[in-house]
Write a protein that binds this ligand. Structure first.
Ligand SMILES: [Zn+2]
Length: 538
């Protein structure tokens, strides 16, 4: 429980505090996503993690809350994303159909919506997220939106005026703010609603779109149970009213001037008579300076993340950046190492092994708490960068051998069974990272013997420096001290430090550069290093 007097240490707590000022029976937090393509960590930020973290902050503050996640599968499928193993031509006949009804791009699932949502359903609990799952398509078919649709039709004139005024676009005088599903061809993107007598809605399937042509059918329906839906600008505020939403975050594009946030707030108040929720715009997650796209190849999915990092690290990433801040991330630079280091630091502060200053400590502890997917339990205190080295150098060794090695390096102390499991898990994650994503210079293959040609190129000073380094290795227990000693040894023997580092890397891994040498020598093991150096000197 958080004290009401406490300073707000994270943005999620600040938002929760703001929400508590609204007198409601229950706080209702929403995330919403259209499954037209892949769900990636950028979607996860605004649609799952920001609301999920606000939900957690409310609960921690003793405020009862509800967390809903909506899959907007009543939307039309209007494009086939790249990267799918299917012939876009063959799929053309399904464009313009609701995502819920379009077939899956392969045989693994039944519908398009199933195909793109199965993974989220499957892994979100691993991130400690347990929202109530909603299919908008099913909600329409259950009749949950029937009243809102009638209200919209009866207020068509007023809605048109607001719409035209805010978006500065034009709409015909007799325009009706609903989308009818054609009874003949099953598409909704190609119809026009043409008349409303208070009970019956007339329509014609005469809109020609780039992706689909209307079938020219004309008909009349009673708008209920899914045969009619609302356009996004009304669907959104109608959803707030139906589910009594008090908080929602969405991609910042919705917040653009005259965007769906601007219209949504007015429609909510004026048409549905509901005070709009607190709305927060989430910035993008960028990979190498580019927005992640669900239809291109640069997306990292939630499932993929679990292959190379703990779920807590993604939660920590999201809570440690303000929602309005762009997050720059990629898997080829050291950004993952830095994220893991920041998380590990917060953990050390949480477990009182480290202290910065009171304010920062409190903030880190709170960020750490909100990052947990279960009860806070110490993770391995072996840094991700060391884990990436060890996973390569000691591939195939037993758990026991690796734990012994880490103890002898001073990396861990008296690990329990649980610690060991976590260490091995981090090593596994780091190994996947190395195999799938690491840049060439991070890949390590320790040599058995040095190349003869290289050894014959060494001069006397260089051999003396190596000999001295090999002789002194045992004296160093700390990686940092060893690292600075290598510079001194080079100078004492009139060798350029840079040259001595190159020689070491050449003898150890047959390359001119590699991971930080001090920790790397400790990782490979002093005996092995002495052997490799020794053979060069003899
Ligand atoms: Zn039609």
């Amino acid at each position: 429980m958080m004290d009401a007097q406490i300073e707000f240490y994270t943005w999620a707590d600040r938002i929760a505090g703001e929400m508590q000022k609204r007198k409601v029976k229950k706080q209702v937090v929403h995330g919403m996503w259209t499954p037209s393509g892949y769900f990636h960590i950028g979607n996860a930020r605004t649609e799952l993690l920001i609301p999920g973290l606000v939900f957690q902050a409310l609960e921690d503050a003793g405020t009862h809350a509800k967390f809903n996640f909506f899959v907007d599968d009543a939307d039309d499928l209007d494009a086939v994303p790249a990267g799918l193993n299917l012939n876009a031509e063959d799929f053309k006949e399904h464009l313009g159909k609701p995502i819920y009804e379009a077939p899956s791009p392969d045989y693994s699932h039944e519908t398009w919506a199933d195909y793109f949502t199965a993974e989220i359903k499957d892994v979100m609990h691993e991130y400690g997220l347990k929202p109530k799952w909603h299919s908008s398509y099913e909600n329409y078919h259950k009749g949950l939106y029937d009243d809102s649709i009638t209200t919209a039709l009866n207020s068509a004139r007023k809605i048109r005026d607001i719409w035209v005024k805010i978006t500065r676009s034009d709409k015909p005088e007799n325009w009706l703010p609903v989308i009818v599903k054609c009874e003949n061809c099953g598409r909704s993107g190609t119809t026009n609603a043409t008349g409303w007598d208070g009970k019956h809605l007339s329509y014609s399937c005469t809109q020609d779109r780039e992706y689909a042509k209307g079938c020219r059918h004309e008909g009349q329906v009673m708008p209920k149970k899914g045969n009619v839906k609302l356009p996004w600008r009304l669907h959104w505020p109608a959803t707030w009213n139906i589910f009594k939403t008090t908080f929602e975050s969405a991609g910042k594009d919705h917040f653009a001037a005259s965007g769906s946030v601007d219209t949504g707030k007015v429609f909510s108040e004026e048409i549905f008579k509901y005070a709009p929720p607190l709305l927060v715009g989430g910035e993008f997650v960028q990979i190498k300076g580019k927005k992640i796209s669900g239809s291109k190849g640069n997306a990292i999915s939630l499932k993929q993340w679990l292959e190379f990092a703990e779920p807590e690290l993604l939660r920590f990433m999201m809570i440690s950046y303000q929602p309005q801040t762009v997050i720059e991330f990629d898997l080829e630079s050291n950004k993952l190492f830095l994220l893991a280091d920041r998380y590990d630091e917060a953990e050390s502060v949480y477990f009182r092994e480290k202290s910065l200053n009171e304010k920062r400590d409190n903030q880190l502890k709170r960020e750490y708490t909100l990052s947990q997917t279960g009860k806070p339990a110490k993770m391995p205190q072996i840094s991700y960068s060391i884990a990436s080295m060890i996973s390569q150098v000691y591939a195939g060794r037993s758990t026991e051998e690796i734990i012994n090695l880490l103890e002898s390096m001073g990396a861990i102390k008296n690990p329990g069974k649980k610690d060991a499991e976590k260490i091995i898990h981090r090593l596994k994650l780091a190994k996947t990272w190395v195999e799938k994503y690491a840049p060439e210079e991070m890949r390590i293959n320790v040599r058995e013997t040095a190349s003869k040609e290289f050894v014959s190129s060494l001069n006397e000073n260089e051999k003396k420096a190596l000999d001295q380094l090999a002789g002194e290795l045992d004296a160093y227990k700390k990686e940092g001290e060893l690292q600075s000693r290598i510079y001194e040894i080079a100078r004492e023997n009139n060798v350029e430090p840079k040259r001595l580092f190159t020689i070491c890397y050449q003898l150890l891994i047959g390359r001119d550069s590699g991971p930080r040498l001090g920790p790397f020598i400790m990782t490979i093991g002093k005996e092995k290093v002495k052997g490799l150096f020794g053979r060069a000197i003899d």
